[in-house]
Each structure stands twice: as structure tokens, then as C-alpha cells.
Design a binder for this molecule. Structure first.
Ligand code: SF4
Ligand code: SF4
Length: 102
């Protein structure tokens, strides 16, 4: 499902949750909440198994975690990062188009 976002390979975008295992009580809220398969129950521990399935810019499950165990990067760093990556990939797409056309 990772694919791309605004023409940027999803794996290049540093946006996904991280669980602080010491704080996690394995209550399962995040598992139930996220329909994108980002989380999974591994034995008795909840883990992030598909980080790039996380919707870019979404952090709603962190607000639903009773122990604040789910962390996301700072949102304000996301916009400049996306701008930088869009620039990078629009250049590489242009280069590819020019190669095909020549
Ligand atoms: S909601 Fe928080 S405490 Fe509950 S399983 Fe997820 S990370 Fe752990
Ligand atoms: S922020 Fe949204 S998409 Fe990302 S893991 Fe949480 S619920 Fe899933």
C-alpha cells in the first residue's frame, strides 16, 4: 500500500508512528483505531509493522493512546520536507521525460 504521495515514494517521507515500549500497556486502542494495518499485536506487545501505511500528516491515534506511548515527528518539519522532496522528484521526473522524448 505504501506507493507514493504527491509523486514522492512513500518510503522517503519520514512520517510514521513510533511506540515507546516502556509506556505501552498493549491496550489495543491503536490496533482498533487504525484501519491501515500500521500496528500489529506481536505476542503481548503492540508494534509498528507497516510504518509507511500511515497517512502522511495524520497523528490521530497518538491522541487516542491512554499512556501517550505513540510518538510522531514534529508536524512543522513535515511541510518543508515535503517541499524538498517534491522538488527532488519533480526534477527527476522531468529528466526521465526528457530522456524518453529525446
Ligand atoms: S494505544 Fe498506546 S498503550 Fe494502547 S496498545 Fe497502542 S501504543 Fe500501546
Ligand atoms: S495516524 Fe492515522 S494512519 Fe497513521 S497510524 Fe495512526 S491511525 Fe493509522
Amino acid at each position: 500500500m505504501a506507493g507514493s504521495y504527491m509523486g514522492i515514494p512513500r518510503e522517503e517521507i519520514p512520517w510514521f508512528p513510533v511506540i515507546e515500549e516502556d509506556l505501552c500497556t498493549a491496550c489495543g486502542n491503536c490496533l482498533e483505531f487504525c484501519s491501515n494495518g500500521v500496528f500489529s499485536l506481536d505476542d503481548v506487545v503492540v508494534k509498528v509493522v507497516q510504518p509507511y501505511n500511515c497517512v502522511v500528516g495524520c497523528d490521530i491515534c497518538a491522541k487516542d493512546c491512554p499512556t501517550e506511548a505513540i510518538q510522531f515527528p514534529e508536524k512543522k518539519a513535515l511541510v518543508p520536507k515535503l517541499r524538498q522532496l517534491r522538488e527532488k522528484y519533480s526534477h527527476s521526473n522531468l529528466y526521465k521525460r526528457q530522456k524518453v522524448e529525446s
